[in-house]
Design a protein around this ligand. Sequence first.
Ligand code: CA2
Length: 145
Amino acid sequence: MTSILVLNGPNLNLLGTRQPEVYGTTTLADIESACRDHAKKIGCEVAFLQTNSEGGLVDAIHAAKQVHSGIVINAGAYTHTSIAIMDAVFSTELPTVEVHLSNIHAREEFRHKSYLVRATIGQIAGFGLQSYLLGMDALMAHLNT
Ligand code: CA2
């Protein structure tokens, strides 16, 4: 069965506890539960991980190659800074969708740039929790064509 890794970067473990005006009241546990429910609906398996470290994200991306069919990733602030994470996604050759809760293009200038997006099949930003589910749908559509 198709297996999707949903990978989350730094500070996403704090969701729902601070800055609700930017990120809403949804917690990471809520997102995980919605991704698991959605996986059942669209007929795939899902693994859900969060790490605050850049190296942890790189390691998880490397490990995904043996196990998963594709990746949905919210790399948090590393989206805008990390060539290492972009290189890791290139190296796996797994189809990857970049997702963001907020519309990074409508926010501060420094959030408009994504290194990671160059290694992905596309980016979904601004739909809150739905960005993850849309990311899973986009990945499944890509894998099934
Ligand atoms: O909109 C997104 O999903 C982001 O990836 C979230 C990141 C941010 O750095 C990106 O530019 C866009 C931030 C992760 C969550 O940070 C929190 C900080 C304080 C309280 C709650 C969450």
